[in-house]
Design a protein. Sequence first.
Length: 399
Amino acid sequence: MKKSGCTQRFLWFGLVAGTIFIAGSCQRAKEQKLQSEVDQIAKHWVPDHRIGICNVKLTQGKNGAMVLSGETNKRGAKDELIKTLNNQCKVLIDSIILLPDTIKNEKYMGLVTLSVINLRKEPDHASELVSQARLGTPVLILKEVNSWLLIQTPDKYISWTEGSSVKVMTAKEISDWKKAPRVIYLENTGWLYDTTTANSGVVGDLTGGSILEKRGEVNGFACVVLPDGRRGFVDAKTIMDFDKWEKLFPSDEKNIERVAMRFMGLPYLWGGSSAKAVDCSGFVQSVYFMNGIILERDASLQALHGSAVDISDGYSRLKKGDLLFFGSKRNGVSRVTHVALYLGNNDYINSSGRVQINSLDPVQTNFSSKRVNSLLSARRILGVEKDDGIVPVFMHPWY
């Protein structure tokens, strides 16, 4: 029996539609496979989005071309993505933006202009406060959105801040700043005055670790210049030549303890990392910075660096300056949520409500069972070399 023309056309249409469907399914499967490779490469280069950016997507363009789009601050990630996909795509279009875009914007560096600036997760005043940065801190400006800057601080942390709180500069201007006579403020907090007289007005406030350019000295006061050009006077006894400080300041157990004790009683502030208020990791980071060492920002990042100290059978191997990490463990995986600085004799200092000293010894009045029950590990910072999470200030290229 012969098939009608209508039936034949129906079969032909079904065959074509099926072929298109299969081809489309194969193409989608290929795209998904390639995107999976993109994601794996991105994760290799940026395992944690707090300290790196690699957001890249693969889509189909015109005439069968594949398009890589997105942004990253890792040149190596971009190079590997292109090399890997070039071998698998007939035509590959590179639309990845490398941050910062130094071709379009020559002013991709900057200096913090206020005593403390707030760093947020998103470019919005209502967004989570994730960290802070001190006056004179050099930053990398990754991009600008409206009046907000996406910056990376020397500890590799990436966050948003208001454009008005950073003096944007060229690489040449930063180089000139590094060569200029600079001083570091050593007290917890203080003032920058407009004259050296007793009834002087105030130009602004200072926090420990502020870096200023020095232009002279008069009547026991140093004349200094802020990154935004403001000038003032600061008590010469409260500052130290920056180049001498970063190379000669002793990073030892005694000085770690001395600096830590100066933070006693400071209030806890989520995201705080200055001598005004601190969270747990901001406290530890601030203490070590004032000892010439840059640690990573969050407790869970700090726990990845340094040398492990065995506390499985007690605390006898701990030394002053070691970091204690607390949190929870599930299915063999630790989740660090708190950090403290060990002082010796089973005591540790930490920011929890306020900066205070607690004990690992259950007979002491300042014992915290909550902390002991959640103690996960300990790591040593002092004496550790060639660790990208423990960087002496004098070895950091931005300073």
